[in-house]
Write a protein that binds this ligand. Structure first.
Ligand code: ZN
Ligand code: ZN
Length: 184
């Protein structure tokens, strides 16, 4: 693989694979099924349950391993991430279209070069507002008083990629904020 450099100039980015938590749960359940199967084979004469359980267990383990990994190009130094087409959709879901639209019309030139086409990236601002927490009075007051967070996102519209600094990735990965869509 040809090295993709961090736009901040820290060095090459590395692929980081992250399995979704649900795949671990499936593999774990599948392993329990197989343990029960062994137990049943040793202590029981009935073969129906062990056969059914081993099919279920193997299927869960197989399915757990075949789940899509989220791989992101990450900088080991500044912890920023570069996300492309599918990862943008995965991360931003309903907001992906809004982000792309904002990037496409943005006239603000970023200080970073696109690692793909070496053109200057563009940047745009997004506003993230903490979701109101109705579950407790304290949470409600904190979320109601918290300031909107303004973030500068860099990206390349041509290559369909976004560069997220570590705090931007944390903000967008967490489920605690809504992106406020303003027209300008
Ligand atoms: Zn970096
Ligand atoms: Zn590009």
């Amino acid at each position: 693989m040809v090295g993709v450099g961090c736009p901040k100039g820290c060095g090459d980015l590395e692929y980081k694979d992250e399995r979704p938590g649900s795949s671990f749960a499936l593999i774990f359940l599948g392993a329990i099924c197989l343990i029960v199967v062994v137990h049943e084979l040793v202590f029981s004469v009935d073969l129906f349950l062990p056969v059914m359980l081993s099919i279920a267990g193997l299927w869960m383990i197989y399915y757990g391993f075949s789940m899509d990994k989220l791989s992101r190009l990450k900088c080991g130094v500044c912890k920023g991430v570069l996300i492309e087409t599918k990862q943008i959709d995965d991360l931003l879901k309903d907001d992906a279209y809004y982000f792309r639209k904002r990037l496409e019309v943005s006239k603000n030139v970023s200080s970073y070069d696109c690692p793909d086409c070496n053109e200057k990236m563009r940047r745009f601002t997004i506003t993230a507002r903490q979701k109101t927490d109705y579950t407790s009075v304290g949470g409600f007051v904190v979320s109601a008083l918290s300031m909107d967070k303004i973030k500068q996102i860099d990206g390349c519209s041509m290559c369909d990629l976004l560069w997220l600094d570590v705090d931007e990735e944390n903000l967008l990965s967490g489920k605690g904020h809504n992106i406020i869509r303003n027209s300008q």
